[in-house]
Ligand binder design. Structure first.
Ligand SMILES: NC(=O)c1ccc[n+]([C@@H]2O[C@H](COP(=O)([O-])OP(=O)(O)OC[C@H]3O[C@@H](n4cnc5c(N)ncnc54)[C@H](O)[C@@H]3O)[C@@H](O)[C@H]2O)c1
Ligand SMILES: [Zn+2]
Length: 407
């Protein structure tokens, strides 16, 4: 039987992994920098800990033991999320000191003897590229085999865990320890940029699934996407991969509106060019040849934008509101004019489910297949040592997606 180079590499990695993975995990060598059990794993790991507001320190910790159900991952990269920026500025979850970073991916370098398959039933080997979803601490039995479980409540996520004796709890690091009972997915068939974008893309796959429950979204629907930050831009790309082509993007930032076109928007409207909601509605209508939208996605965290968006939707149309991951305050609408008399079907959307994760892997391949430049969403890449600059760039909103990429 012919064995190709890749297979040989896999077998060698597997044997090396088994050697280093014997017993309950290799002992921690006291000599920093030396290899652990000969598998190229150093004896220490580096973790960017948020130790006080607006200050990360890259700390060195002993490489932890890898238990029978655990996976040690060498981190390749991790996106910076709005939630990280909130933690950096204000620590709303009172987690400091905390190892942040939940949009990460990397390569398995060591696995416990009980680890055989990922959460979708796919085989796992040393060398495979993985991501995690949420950790279901209250119900570790939840897997892809039970697809109807929702991800809301009782779920934790690496990168937003309290610090503990292991410390390797976030993806802003060079190694992370994935504990038994966590969700993990083998995504070796996706490139690094795609893997870094999985988590935010899953938010939009979920939002579009929520939108589809209204029965209003169809191939030929006229769709408004309001807000062209990473969330709105990915929304456009997801709609585009579904075959929806009549998409008007609304924002006030020309650079972002240009990018919306590259990701599949057919028209763009800058709210800065129109005074008042009537003029803005007129511009949206003009973009659809005189029609209002069949469906709209609200992708800003601005309550006034929530109130506006009803005006862009036709009678009997639909709205998916996903812009408020955190409390942005109250929005004032007129329930008679905006909702009842128009018979709008409204759905809210919040993060994603495990099922959405699997769909997201396919979405990323499909987006690449039809030439959508999703990788260009990552406008800034910083090494781990420059994590403070990365967070500041995120807060300055000069780019789109900021990522930490390890050498
Ligand atoms: N539902 C979820 O699970 C979920 C997950 C992640 C993020 N979010 C939320 O989605 C929102 C968008 O995220 P993002 O990362 O793209 O944010 P972002 O701040 O980068 O982008 C928001 C965009 O909205 C535009 N905007 C602001 N006011 C507007 C208005 N009145 N009309 C049109 N455009 C307007 C801004 O110019 C900006 O480009 C955030 O509020 C975030 O909290 C929700
Ligand atoms: Zn996030």
């Amino acid at each position: 039987m012919a064995v190709n180079e890749q297979e040989v590499e896999q077998i060698v990695k597997q044997i090396l992994g088994q050697l280093s993975g014997s017993g309950a995990g290799a002992a921690v060598s006291p000599a920093a920098g030396k290899s652990q059990a000969g598998a190229g794993i150093p004896s220490t790991a580096h973790v960017a800990m948020l130790t006080e507001l607006e200050k990360f320190e890259v700390k060195e910790f002993p490489m932890p033991q890898v238990g029978d159900d655990d996976i040690l991952v060498k981190v390749e990269g991790c996106g910076v999320c709005g939630t990280d920026a909130h933690e950096f500025k204000r620590d709303p979850f009172s987690l400091i000191p905390v190892a942040l970073g939940h949009e990460g991916t990397g390569e398995i370098v060591k696995m416990g003897k009980n680890v055989k398959k990922d959460s979708a039933g796919k085989d796992l080997h040393i060398g495979d590229k993985v991501v995690t979803c949420m950790i279901f601490k209250d119900d570790p039995e939840i897997t892809m085999y039970d697809l109807n479980k929702q991800n809301v409540g009782a779920a934790d996520v690496y990168g937003l865990l309290p610090d503990d004796d292991v410390h390797l709890n976030g993806w802003f690091s060079d190694y992370i320890l994935i504990r038994g009972g966590s969700t993990v997915f083998n995504v070796s068939d996706l490139d690094l940029d795609s893997r870094i974008l999985i988590e935010p893309c899953a938010v939009l796959v979920h939002a579009v699934e929520r939108a589809k429950t209204t029965g209003i979204l169809r191939f030929n629907s006229r769709v408004v996407v309001q807000g062209c930050g990473p969330i709105g831009l990915i929304c456009i790309a997801v709609l585009r991969t579904l075959g929806i082509e009549n998409i008007t993007a609304v924002d006030g930032n020309d650079m972002r509106l240009d990018f919306a076109k590259r990701l599949g928007a057919s028209h763009t409207v800058s709210f800065k060019e129109f005074q008042g909601i009537e003029a803005l509605t007129g511009a949206v209508k003009a973009s659809f040849d005189g029609h209002l939208a069949d469906f709209a996605f609200q992708c800003t965290g601005n309550p006034a934008a929530h109130a506006n968006i009803y005006k862009f939707i036709r009678n009997g149309g639909g709205l998916c509101e996903l812009g408020f991951f955190v409390n942005g305050g109250d929005a004032t609408i007129n329930p008679h004019f905006d909702l009842c008399s128009k018979e709008i079907t409204l759905v809210g959307s919040w993060v994603y489910t495990l099922r959405d994760y699997a769909t997201t892997f396919d979405f990323l391949k499909r987006a690449k297949g039809i030439g959508l430049p999703l990788s260009d969403l990552i406008t800034h890449r910083y090494p781990l040592e420059q994590i403070n600059e990365a967070l500041k760039t995120n807060l300055a909103m000069t780019g789109l997606k900021i990522a930490i990429v390890n050498k």
